[in-house]
Design a protein around this ligand. Structure first.
Ligand SMILES: Cc1cc2nc3c(=O)[nH]c(=O)nc-3n(C[C@H](O)[C@H](O)[C@H](O)COP(=O)(O)OP(=O)(O)OC[C@H]3O[C@@H](n4cnc5c(N)ncnc54)[C@H](O)[C@@H]3O)c2cc1C
Length: 403
């Protein structure tokens, strides 16, 4: 039987597989990572490419190696001119391609690809001595299961939902079947959203076809370097952990997260592109949308100054992820079957070690938010989760193997 089965081989699952097989001392043949994608980090990579992001928003110490300074020390692996390897006000945000190269190097160094099993978890049930994870190709038994399944589904505003089932030129930048780089030419592309994803996607499209792109944001641009204050990587977690009310923890998370914000360097690029008329920006809300006989979309957008209709032959939603608990129906069924505790917001109630069920079910990423705070979904969230899970994993494995 496996010691640990990690469900999800993205940023979190991959990093946790490294920590379990190295620092926690679990033998490699007792740890597996289950993911439907043969390639590690497939969802992360596809989303990042779709937005056209050139640099990460987070600093270099947030990387996939055990040593936080590993990426900084391996600057020779950055195939770009030194001035583009790092960006940001502190010049410590790695370029996306450098981060990717380093991540692949970490995976090769520790042979992490060997730990992967291709498949999708469809159900978790109690098994003899642990948990049983069912997939379309059969069941896997493990003493401990870690859910590292990433964010919720892409969020679609109310007006876009009926259109999503029709063959119209409307996409979400995080749809699994969307590829920005292979989009056919457009006459007028409209990006909906006001945060970093919308800004980067608009810049990428404007770079390809200047003067054909409009960014529609329902609020003025909000400038923040990070998506939450860096205190949430350490000091702010102390009072957060002491907060007994999960409703208040949720409120703290909502307040701390700078949703729909843009870091200064990307905002600068956006403003420059607007000044040069490479793209247009409108601060307005979409009031309605319909399909014209020619297949183009007509969007009525409005603000305090009135309403207007804009026509687009390509509309891309950059509206983030839905707020609800990730995992969808299969996890909802598992919650009912295993009687897993959830807060009023729907997210897991775990102990400090991120254990959701005493039979050995653990969580990381967005699912660990009520323990790890607003940065739980980020790369640093994987490191925070590893600190909590590792101690218990090492101790439990030692005591089980001494029996
Ligand atoms: C465009 C973009 C840029 C970002 N930039 C940064 C940044 O600069 N810095 C930062 O710290 N954070 C950033 N983030 C946030 C965060 O780091 C990423 O979202 C990261 O991918 C989260 O890692 P994850 O492992 O939780 O999710 P993912 O990387 O999405 O991995 C989840 C994996 O779980 C798998 N999975 C899901 N369900 C199942 C199932 N039932 N069975 C088996 N496998 C399953 C999926 O296939 C996927 O491979 C960014 C996010 C986005 C979208």
């Amino acid at each position: 039987m496996l010691e640990w089965l990690i469900i999800g081989g993205g940023i979190h699952g991959t990093y946790l597989s490294l920590v379990l097989t190295t620092r926690a001392g679990i033998p490699r043949d007792r740890v597996r990572v289950l993911d439907p994608h043969p390639q590690p980090l497939a969802c992360w990579s596809a989303r990042a490419v779709n937005t056209g992001m050139t640099h990460l928003r987070s600093p270099d110490v947030h990387n996939l190696d055990l040593d936080p300074l590993s990426l900084f020390h391996s600057a020779r692996r950055c195939a770009e001119p030194p001035e583009t390897c790092f960006a940001g006000i502190y010049r410590n945000q790695p370029s996306f391609s450098f981060f990717q190269r380093h991540a692949m190097w970490v995976m090769q160094q520790y042979r992490l690809a060997d730990l992967r099993i291709v498949g999708r978890a469809e159900r978790i049930a109690r098994g003899a001595g642990g948990l049983r994870v069912e997939t379309a190709d059969g069941a896997l038994e493990a003493r401990r299961v870690l859910l590292a399944i990433g964010p919720s589904d892409p969020y679609r505003p109310e007006w876009a939902r009926p259109l999503s089932t029709q063959p119209v030129p409307l996409h979400h930048v995080f749809d699994s079947d969307f590829q920005r780089t292979t989009l056919p030419p457009w006459t007028h592309a409209v990006i909906i959203g006001g945060g970093i994803t919308a800004a980067q996607t608009a810049l990428a499209l404007a770079h390809r076809a200047p003067g054909t792109v409009t960014l529609v944001s329902r609020h003025p641009f909000r400038e923040y370097p990070f998506d939450s204050d860096p205190c949430w990587f350490s000091s702010c977690l102390i009072p957060f952990g002491r907060e007994a009310s999960l409703a208040r923890r949720r409120a703290l998370i909502d307040r701390a997260r700078h949703r729909g914000s843009i870091p200064p360097d990307v905002l600068q690029q956006l403003r420059t592109a607007v000044t040069r008329r490479a793209l247009a920006a409108q601060f307005a809300t979409v009031q309605q949308a319909f399909v014209r006989p020619d297949g183009h979309l007509a969007l009525t957008i409005g603000n305090d100054d009135g309403a207007q209709t804009i026509i687009a032959d390509r509309v891309i939603l950059a509206t983030g992820f839905a707020q609800e608990r990730p995992g969808g129906q299969w996890l909802t069924r598992t919650i009912a079957e295993l009687e897993l505790a959830c807060s009023a917001c729907g997210y897991p109630i775990t102990d400090r070690t991120l254990c959701w069920h005493p039979a050995g079910l653990y969580v990381t990423g967005a699912l660990a938010e009520l323990e790890l705070g607003p940065a739980a979904r980020n790369i640093i969230g994987a490191r925070l989760a590893a600190e909590r899970i590792m101690a218990v994993a090492a101790a439990e494995y030692r005591s089980a193997s001494s029996l």
